[in-house]
Design a protein around this ligand. Structure first.
Ligand code: MLT
Ligand code: ZN
Length: 465
């Protein structure tokens, strides 16, 4: 793979205009990385096309010149899937940011890949509808990136992942051809669903340039409860009781250390005075008095059983938002410690035993590190963050964490889980992919990539080598 020379830069300028080809140091740093900070970016240039045709021209040029492309969205990824570290061309989708063709009958809307998640959420609200995939980075993440990573977030328990909301998408393949996949159809069993193959492929099969997203009815009066629980087994008992009684739209958890950090660094209030080992955050619709009474009855039952030590329920939209911040602000709060992130999952039913095994390894192997637990426990997804001590250099920290990761992933494998539940594989998790995927699966993925991207120019080195 060669780097683009001056001829390629001048061809790029010819395609998009000089002002849309960036080579200054600040832009290379900014566009060459995502939220991970462990790898130094080193792209050759950043190109900002304004149309699908321009994307195709750029990809054809790169294919001719054998130049690697890293597609770039909101760059909020956490596995270095959008990091350009060795002379790649960053193709940023920011300018494909139009929302078009809202269809109220089909409840779908066509979005450019660069539409920001919050922009789509806002648009849906203006139509009296709802786009339910949500996460802390919704203000900067883009739809194309969400699709390429199959972003999950805080409402998966009720609404699923991004893949459940993509009714169709357009992909520019590694040869510059345009595929229009599924065209918004609800029912389409005419052969393989290539759309689903592209979702979560981290830009290794091509560039998602447009998507038709489904919308749903808006929720009625969402209420948020935060409960203090003594141990992980109790969290799972609380989950079972609430899921039997009402429909939850979120069931998240975080540890006391996560709460301490977020309260201290975001200037938030603790939800109640009683300290607990863990906290569960539940969200549900409470459109009327009986619905709230039912939820309160479930809460009281959990207190009687000793599974809940204390709790609070929101009385207003503002209170609900503040309670959500206790969970949603954790990631940003921890970023100052450049944490080593694990994003692991198993079946919900296996979470308590899984967590106990992992805690034993982590406590024995990281005695001097701070460990912060949080995550989407309602769908079996735990985030284990190890905080870098200020005095330790990054390389040494990464090396130590990488060693322990192998033990963590052996447990993940034993439990039939995943080494990346929602953050993707990128560069950071590819050495561990074999704990979740068989050699045959990885080989089939490689063969599929060759079909979409015969020159191997689309985000090479991500997911696998
Ligand atoms: C979250 O659940 O907060 C996000 O996945 C981000 C993170 O894990 O840090
Ligand atoms: Zn998460």
């Amino acid at each position: 793979m060669t780097s683009p020379d001056n001829n390629i830069l001048s061809s790029l300028r010819h395609i998009v205009g000089s002002e849309r080809v960036l080579t200054d140091a600040d832009s290379l740093l900014e566009y060459g990385r995502d939220w991970t900070r462990a790898i130094t970016p080193d792209p050759v240039a950043v190109v900002l096309p304004s149309t699908i045709a321009e994307v195709q021209d750029i990809v054809r040029l790169a294919a001719r010149e054998r130049t690697a492309i890293v597609p770039s969205g909101g760059r909020t990824g956490l596995s270095a899937g959008a990091v350009a570290r060795s002379g790649e061309l960053v193709l940023a989708l920011d300018r494909l940011n139009r929302i078009e063709d809202f269809n109220p009958v089909d409840r779908t809307v066509r979005c450019g890949a660069g539409v920001v998640t919050a922009q789509l959420q806002q648009f849906a609200e203006e139509q009296g509808l709802f786009y339910p995939v949500d996460f802390a980075s919704s203000g900067s993440s883009q739809i194309g990136g969400n699709i390429s990573t199959n972003a999950g977030g805080i409402k998966v328990i009720r609404h699923g992942m991004t893949r459940d909301w993509v009714a169709g998408l357009k992909l520019v393949t590694g040869t510059g051809e345009l595929l229009d996949l599924n065209r918004g159809l609800v029912k389409n069993n005419a052969g393989y669903d290539l759309r689903q193959l592209v979702i979560g492929a981290e830009g290794t099969l091509g560039i998602v340039v447009e998507a038709t997203m489904s919308l749903s009815r808006p929720p009625h009066n969402l209420a948020v409860m935060v409960l203090g629980v003594p141990d992980m087994a109790s969290i799972m008992s609380v989950l079972g009781v609430f899921q039997d009684g009402i429909e939850l739209s979120a069931f998240e958890f975080f540890s006391e250390l996560a709460l301490e950090k977020v309260v201290e660094h975001q200037g938030l209030q603790r939800p109640f005075a009683t300290p607990a080992a863990y906290y569960a955050l539940l969200e549900f619709e409470a459109p009327d008095e009986p619905a709230m009474e039912k939820a309160m009855g479930l809460f009281e039952h959990c207190v009687e059983q000793g599974w809940v030590l204390d709790g609070v329920v929101s009385q207003s939209v503002a209170q609900a938002r503040n309670l959500w911040r206790l969970r949603e602000d954790i990631s940003e709060t921890l970023s100052r410690w450049t944490p080593y992130k694990n994003d692991i999952s198993t079946l919900v039913s296996r979470v308590p035993a899984f967590l106990a095994d992992i805690e034993a390894v982590v406590n024995a192997s990281y005695p001097e590190f701070e460990i912060v637990w949080y995550g989407h426990i309602g769908d079996g997804n735990l985030h284990l963050n190890v905080l870098k001590p200020d005095a330790m250099v990054m390389d040494e920290f990464q090396r130590r964490c990488g060693e322990v990761s192998k033990q963590v992933f052996e447990i993940v494998q034993r439990y039939g889980g995943s080494v990346s539940a929602e953050h993707g594989v990128g560069l950071l998790k590819k050495d561990y992919l074999h704990y979740s995927r068989s050699p045959l699966e990885v080989e089939i993925m490689r063969q599929i990539k060759r079909v979409f991207d015969p020159q191997g120019i689309m985000n090479p080195g991500k997911i696998f080598d």
